[in-house]
Design a protein around this ligand. Structure first.
Ligand code: ADP
Ligand code: ADP
Length: 226
C-alpha cells in the first residue's frame, strides 16, 4: 500500500525535513505517525498524499510512484486518497451534506449516487440527522466528523489524517479515533499523524516515531491479553 525506501525531503532553501526513511505499510493497516512538533509528521503525510515529491529515495503509494507519475495521472492518484485535516476545512456556506458531496461532484458522479453515498457516509459518522446543518452550527467534534465523512465518501482505499484531534478535547478525540478504527475494520488503510501519545497508546496500533526527520522507532503493540 505504502512503501518508502531511503525517503528524504528537503524544502527549497531549508534543511532536510525527512531523511532516509524506510518502512512499509500493508493494505488494511492502521498506523500512527508521531513525534515532537517539527519532527516531520506533516511532511510525511504530504509526501504520501502526493502534495510534495521526495528529494531522494523512493516512495510508492497505492502501487504508484508519484515521482514517476505523469502530471496528468496525479489527480487520479489523489482521488484514491482521503484527507482529514486538523481544521477540517469545511466550506462554511455549504451544509454538512453538500460539504460531504464535494469529492463526488468533482468526480461527476450522478445525483442519485451522490445522495445515497452522502447519506451512507453521514450515517457512518453518526451525523445522519444533521445533514442540512451549516458547519458553524455544529460542535467541533461534529465538524470533524463531517470532515471525515467527506474524506471517505468516495471510498478511497487510503485515508490520511493530519492531527485530526488537535482541536478536540480528550473525550471527543477518543470518539474520533474509534471512528477511524471502524473505517479500518471496513478495509480502509488508515494513517494518522498525531502528537497525542496517550491517545495513541490507548489505540494499540502500529506506531512510527519520527525524531528530527528520522525514523526513530517502528513498533507494533503486543497482542492483547486473552
Ligand atoms: P511536524 O508535522 O512533525 O510538526 P513538519 O513536517 O511540519 O513537522 O516540519 C518538519 C520540518 O520541516 C520542520 O523543521 C519545519 O520547520 C520544516 N518545514 C515544514 N514545512 C516547511 C516549508 N514549507 N518550508 C520550509 N521548511 C518547512
Ligand atoms: P455500497 O455502494 O456498497 O452499497 P454504501 O455507500 O451504500 O455502499 O455503504 C454501505 C455501508 O458501508 C454503509 O452502511 C456505510 O456505513 C459503510 N460505508 C460507507 N462508506 C464507507 C467507507 N468509506 N469506509 C467504510 N465503510 C463505509
Amino acid at each position: 500500500m505504502i512503501e518508502a525506501e531511503s525517503l528524504s525531503l528537503r524544502y527549497p532553501g531549508g534543511r532536510e525535513a525527512l531523511g532516509d526513511l524506510s518502512f512499509r505499510i500493508d493494505a488494511g493497516e492502521m498506523v500512527f505517525i508521531t513525534g515532537r512538533s517539527g519532527a516531520g509528521k506533516s511532511t510525511l503525510v504530504k509526501l504520501i498524499a502526493n502534495l510534495l515529491l521526495p528529494s531522494r529515495g523512493v516512495l510508492r503509494v497505492l502501487d504508484c510512484e508519484p515521482s514517476r507519475l505523469a502530471r496528468r495521472h496525479r489527480p487520479g492518484l489523489r482521488r484514491r486518497i482521503g484527507m482529514v485535516f486538523q481544521d477540517h476545512r469545511l466550506l462554511p456556506s455549504l451544509s454538512a451534506a453538500d460539504n460531504v458531496a464535494l469529492p463526488l461532484r468533482i468526480q461527476g458522479a450522478p445525483d442519485g449516487e451522490i445522495e445515497r453515498r452522502v447519506r451512507a457516509a453521514l450515517d457512518l459518522v453518526g451525523l445522519g440527522q444533521r445533514a442540512r446543518a451549516l458547519p458553524a452550527t455544529l460542535s467541533g467534534g461534529e465538524q470533524q466528523r463531517v470532515g471525515i465523512a467527506r474524506a471517505i465518501v468516495h471510498r478511497p482505499p487510503l485515508l490520511l489524517a493530519d492531527e485530526p484531534t488537535g482541536n478536540l478535547d480528550p473525550q471527543l478525540s477518543v470518539e474520533i479515533m474509534a471512528l477511524f478504527e471502524r473505517l479500518g475494520a471496513h478495509g480502509t488503510t488508515v494513517l494518522i499523524a498525531s502528537h497525542d501519545l496517550p491517545l495513541i497508546r490507548q489505540m494499540r496500533k502500529r506506531v512510527l516515531v519520527l525524531e528530527q526527520g528520522r525514523l526513530q522507532e517502528d513498533f507494533r503493540p503486543q497482542a492483547e491479553p486473552a
